[in-house]
Ligand binder design. Structure first.
Ligand SMILES: [Zn+2]
Ligand SMILES: [Zn+2]
Length: 217
């Protein structure tokens, strides 16, 4: 397996490109509003995108989805509970920036294939399991490559921290519950690749992350 990544846009959102083999088909995880940056990452990776999976509907993960899906002619998947976020990106720009048009262009994919908890996503020679992990947003999902021991954790779990829950639709109790039910039971050697910041492992987070320690004393 080959994973390449780049932190893109103002929020330094990690865009992940995952392929079973060098030069083969690939899955893109999250599309920050920097389409040229994503195209460059894909070009550098030397792979052929086959699908775009979105961890959640926040602007910094979805704002490039339209450009990426259009460029490669690929489907985009999002949990339906984040449809309200995807449907009004200008509202997110106003909320995040405090003004309407920062001179950038944002475009969601317009149409999303619905992700469902527990669903298995066989694509590009990889088997992703969808873990619905509400809390940061109602439709947040993590993507688990069980065979390879890798979890794409979006804005649910970070190295040393968890996703914020003070934005509209955020729910701290729900985040902690879905962490306990969906993430903590995974094998501790699982590599965790988050939506922002450095990679980590579940074992390390269980040892040093105060939010996980609260669940797993
Ligand atoms: Zn977010
Ligand atoms: Zn984010």
């Amino acid at each position: 397996m080959r994973i390449t990544a780049a932190p893109l846009w103002l929020a330094a959102t990690n865009c992940w490109v995952v392929a079973a083999e060098p030069g083969g088909p690939a899955v893109i995880i999250d599309a920050p509003p920097d389409v040229p940056g994503i195209l460059e990452l894909v070009r550098r990776s030397g792979v052929a995108p086959a699908a775009l999976l979105l961890t959640h509907g926040h602007l910094d993960h979805i704002g490039g989805a339209g450009g990426v899906a259009g460029e490669y002619g690929i489907g985009t998947s999002l949990h339906p509970d984040d449809g309200w976020l995807a449907d009004d990106l200008p509202a997110q720009v106003r909320l995040l920036m405090g003004f309407e048009d920062p001179g950038e262009t944002y475009a969601g994919a317009g149409r999303y294939e619905p992700l469902a908890d527990g669903a298995v996503f066989d694509v590009a020679g990889l088997r992703f399991r969808v873990l619905h992990t509400p809390g940061h947003t109602p439709g947040h999902c993590c993507f688990w490559l069980e065979e390879q021991g890798v979890l794409f954790s979006g804005d649910h779990l970070f190295s040393g921290s968890i996703g914020r829950t003070d934005l509209p639709g955020g729910d701290y109790e729900a985040l902690m519950r879905s962490m306990a039910e969906r993430v903590v039971p995974l094998p501790s050697e699982t590599h965790v690749l988050p939506g922002h910041g450095p990679a980590t492992t579940l074992a390390r987070e269980l040892a040093i992350n105060p939010f996980l320690q609260a669940l797993h004393p």
